[in-house]
Design a protein. Sequence first.
Length: 423
Amino acid sequence: MASAKLIVRSSNKNALASVYLRYRHGRAIDITIPTEFLMFTEYWNNKSQSFSKRIRFTDRFTPIDKEDLESNFRDLKNYVFKEINTGSAITKETLANIVFEFHHPGINKDSISIFDYIQQFVDECKSGVRITQKKTLYRPATLKCMTGFKSQFEAFQHTQNKEFSFEDVNLKFYNDYIQFFNSKNYTPNTIGRHIKYIKLIMRSARDENFHNNFETEKAYFKALREEVVKIYLTEDELQQMYELNLKFSKVLDLARDVFLIGYNTVQRFGDFSKIREENIKFVDGEPKIIELFQEKTNEKVYIPIKTNLAILLRKYNFNIPKILDSKLNTRIKLVGKLAGINDKVIIEQTRGGVRVKSSNLKYELIQTHTARRSGCTNMYLAGIPIIDIMKISGHKTEKEFLKYIRVTKEETAQNLANHPWFK
C-alpha cells in the first residue's frame, strides 16, 4: 500500500529546515522529494507524523503557523495521492512535478523563462522560503548581489531583444553575456560573479526539473577570474593614521577609529561594526577578549585586545559607533591622504576585455576591507603562527589564508632573514 510521509531533517536546531515528502509503494518505489515548506525541526515528529506535543509558541512559530502547516501538509498528501491515482507511472521526476504543481497551481513549467525563474528565486531568498545549503537565511549582502544580478540579466535580455529560455543557454549565450559586461567596462572578477549566478540558477532550475540543459557544467562555461592588486597598510602607515590629529572633523575622526578597530580585530565590516559591550570579556576591569559571532562563517571567534584597540573601544564606551560601509570607504581615503600614505602603486588589470595599467597613490586604494587584510598580513609578518591568525580571522584553510594576505616575495625573504635557521 502507498504511503506519503513528511520528513524534517537538519543538524542545526536554530535554523529553518526543508520539509521533504517521502513516497513509498511496496518495495519497488521509495522516492524522497523536497517541498517548498520550511519549519524548525523541534516542532515536528518524523515518526508520529505530527507536530510535537510540547511546542513552546513564540513569534517565530505561532499557533496560526501550526494550523496553516497542518492544513498544507494534509492538502499536499491528498493532492499527491489524487494525481498518482490518475494512472501515470511514478518516478522521481513525476513526483517532483506533482509537488511543483501543488505549490504553483496553474503554472506550466515549460512556459517559465530564465528571468521568470530568477525573479522567483530571488523573491524566495528574500522571503526566507528558499534558504542556503547550510539551512540558514541568505545574508543581506548576498541578497543585494542577487538583486543586482537580476537587474543586469534583465538589461542583458533587453540588449539582445530576446527573452531567454533555459535551452538558449549555450556557447553563444556565454560569449554574448561576457561581451555585454565588457561593453560596460567591467572587470573579469565582476563578470565572473554574474556567471556564477547563471550557473547557480541553471543548476537549481535543473534540480527542480525545469530543464535538462547541462551546458553551464561544461569546461568552457567558466567564471572569469583575475588576480588583482589588493594593498595592505604597514604598521608604520597605520600608526601614522592612529597619531593623526583629526579634532577638526568628527566624521573623519570616527571613520579613522572604526577602520582601526577593523584592523585590530581582523574582522569583516559587517561583524566588527556590531561590537557592543556585551561582546567584551573583562579581567580585573580590563578588556581582554572580544567574543564575536561571524555572520559569514556562522562561527564564534575570540579576539585578543591589544593596547591601541582597548583605547579605541574605551573612547566609544565599548560600543562601535554606526557608520555606513560606503561612507567609511570614502572617508578613509581622505584620512589616508592626510596621514601621508601616498606611495605610488602600479595596477595592471583587465577592463572591458582590454588590459590597462594605471598609476595610483596608495591612499586612493584604501577601502573598508583593507583594515582586515592589513591586520592579517601584519600579524603574519610579525611571526604569529598562521593557524592562530586563522582562529581569529575565521579563514578555513591555510591555502585560503595565504591567498588573502598581501606579502611580496621580498617581504617573505626579509621575514625569513630573522629566522634562527638563517642566523
